[in-house]
Design a protein around this ligand. Structure first.
Ligand SMILES: Nc1ncnc2c1ncn2[C@@H]1O[C@H](COP(=O)(O)OP(=O)(O)OP(=O)(O)O)[C@@H](O)[C@H]1O
Ligand SMILES: [Mg+2]
Length: 261
């Protein structure tokens, strides 16, 4: 076990005064002989930007699917916004998901819908939250203004560049003013300048709404700029945790491998 891990785990344990938004404890998930999660632990605090890094196939998406209840772990505890996901029925799960914004890898806009319709989609899914809201336009406009794209409201996704699509997807992820945002590879496939813009928007959203964020990324620059804390997923466990600076300075070769250019 690395020095970094021991040190930071003790900080987390001591930091019980901070409200916990997500707690994954002793998570196990296998597919046949493929042991993907092997006792994974993670805590996300309120208002925190937590980055999870792990190589391709290490189980990041499996972890995030367990977190939103799209997949059941074989064993372990999944607590999100104070609720136990594993034992929840579908109705409660839907309700909880209205507090979670999800930026999917590669944007995942609906091609046959305008930008406005794409943003209205989560509002229709979670109607309960919008009882009494007859006019969705102000909410759509506010979300788009946050990403600097109010003028694209009536455009189709095919009329947007890749970076604009990502920003629209970000607007869609925040339109319900979620307490928690999950970002799956928010900067992948973007040029460095556009990636920087997206990171800037993620930070301004956190500042404006105090949202807690879980960010899955391969992008070391993104991790450096945005993370307050990082968790490295290696061999199915939270192999190391710490700030970017702490992890970069670690001597463990498995940790080093993440930061070699
Ligand atoms: N539904 C499934 N059935 C069987 N195996 C699965 C399933 N979902 C994921 N896996 C396996 O679990 C492992 C982890 O997959 P996962 O998608 O979580 O990786 P990842 O860390 O997100 O990788 P990437 O960075 O490429 O997105 C892989 O070996 C994958 O084949
Ligand atoms: Mg993945």
């Amino acid at each position: 076990m690395s020095e970094v891990k021991e040190k930071i785990v003790s900080t987390v344990d001591a930091g019980t005064t901070r409200e916990v938004v997500v707690r994954l404890r002793d998570l196990y998930k296998s597919f046949g002989d493929n042991k993907v999660l092997n006792g994974f632990n993670m805590v996300l605090h309120k208002g925190e930007n937590l980055v999870v890094m792990g190589k391709s196939g290490s189980g990041k998406s499996v972890m995030i699917k367990c977190l939103v209840g799209l997949m059941s772990p074989d064993s372990g505890i999944v607590e999100v916004l104070g609720k136990n996901i594993v034992t929840m029925d579908q109705e409660d799960l839907d309700e909880l998901r209205s507090d979670i914004g999800f930026l999917f890898q590669g944007s995942a806009l609906y091609d046959s819908m305008t930008v406005r319709e794409n943003l209205e989609f989560p509002m229709r899914r979670h109607k309960g939250r919008f009882k009494g809201v007859n006019d969705t336009l102000p909410l759509v406009r506010e979300a788009l203004e946050n990403v600097g794209l109010a003028h694209t409201m009536d455009l189709m996704p095919e009329e947007l560049s890749g970076g604009m699509k990502r920003r629209v997807a970000l607007a869609r992820a925040i339109i319900l003013k979620p307490k928690l945002i999950l970002y799956d590879e928010p900067t992948s496939g973007l040029d460095p300048i556009t990636a920087k813009e997206i990171i800037g928007l993620m930070r301004s959203i956190q500042k404006k709404y105090g949202t807690s964020a879980l960010i899955i990324t391969h992008d070391v620059d993104c991790a450096r700029v945005i993370s307050e804390r990082m968790v490295l997923l290696v061999d199915g466990i939270n192999y190391a945790e710490g700030t970017y600076e702490e992890l970069v300075a670690a001597t463990d070769p498995k940790i080093n491998a993440f930061f070699k250019k």
